[in-house]
Design a protein around this ligand. Structure first.
Ligand code: G1P
Length: 266
């Protein structure tokens, strides 16, 4: 079945980016000259998505205003997650809107240079029916910031690897590997069954990674290594590098910026 729907969870309050997020939600902070969320919407559209479900929070009315004005041509529906009950809960509340078709999830904290990685995940799902998740090798010291997979062997020549289990934010010493989840997923509808049977973790949160882990233990999940550029805009450094990268690609400022950076660094 083709993948036409994407869920973008955007309900967090962005406290890491205060004071910038006092009035403007973090997803609408500009990455160069474009709201960060528009980059995510464009990435989804570039992978064939025509319906986007934005999971927001009533404390962020600007997200709804953005949905009315977003460019690109996809239909955007806004739903609300009013309590911070975790990423698993944010996905679970979209169940009726998503229906039975497979769907993508894009975490807007991660900005990709283009749609190629999501296209890869869509292709993998369409060819195999497996849930496909984006993974990346990182230094061991960084695994504790991510969901980490237990791989089945090593990735093949096409960057595919079976996923046997997932653990959310392990200590570096306990981590099952150095392959982490980078916030891009293509799920079959079965994920909703696994989400429904989750027990809330500490603080009442439902972890998406726990549902993926349960699904992986049944053999339904494949990891796909990312090959495009990626910026973690959940951190100030990632915001900066994403803006510089976006500006370098523009013909109106790219060449001048390159010259300025080269001079500045001498
Ligand atoms: C979330 C997921 C985690 C994933 C990460 C990617 O964590 O829970 O599994 O590796 O996104 O950015 P968060 O960054 O929201 O804490």
């Amino acid at each position: 079945m083709p993948v036409r729907t994407a869920v973008i969870p955007a309900a967090g309050l962005g406290t890491r980016f205060l004071p910038a997020t006092k009035v403007v939600p973090k997803e609408l902070l500009p990455v160069f000259d474009t709201p960060s969320l528009q980059h995510t919407v464009d990435e989804a559209i570039g992978a064939g998505i025509d319906h986007i479900i934005l999971v927001s929070n009533r404390a962020k009315p600007a997200i709804e205003a953005f949905a009315d004005k977003a460019s690109g041509g996809a239909r955007i529906t806004v739903v609300y997650q009013d309590a911070p009950r975790g990423l698993g809960h944010a996905v679970e509340i979209t169940r009726e809107l998503v229906g039975d078709a497979p769907f993508a999830v894009l975490l807007p904290d991660e900005l990709m240079g283009d749609s190629s990685h999501l296209q890869d995940l869509v292709r993998e799902h369409e060819a195999t029916g497996q849930t496909a998740i984006g993974v990346k090798r990182v230094p061991r010291s960084e695994v504790s910031a991510y969901g980490c997979i237990t791989p089945q062997g090593v990735p093949d020549a096409n960057g595919r690897v079976g996923v046997r289990d997932v653990v959310e934010k392990p200590n570096a010493v306990d981590a099952p590997s150095d392959l982490v989840i980078i916030g891009r997923y293509v799920f079959s509808r079965h994920i909703f069954g696994y989400l429904a049977s989750l027990k809330p973790a500490a603080g009442g949160e439902l972890q998406l990674s726990d549902a993926i882990g349960a699904y992986a233990r049944k053999g339904g999940v494949t990891g796909v290594l990312i090959s495009c550029t990626r910026h973690d805009t959940g951190t100030p450094m990632g915001m900066l590098t994403a803006s510089i990268d976006a500006a370098l690609k523009r013909s109106n400022v790219g060449p001048q910026l390159r010259t300025w950076l080269e001079g500045r660094l001498q």
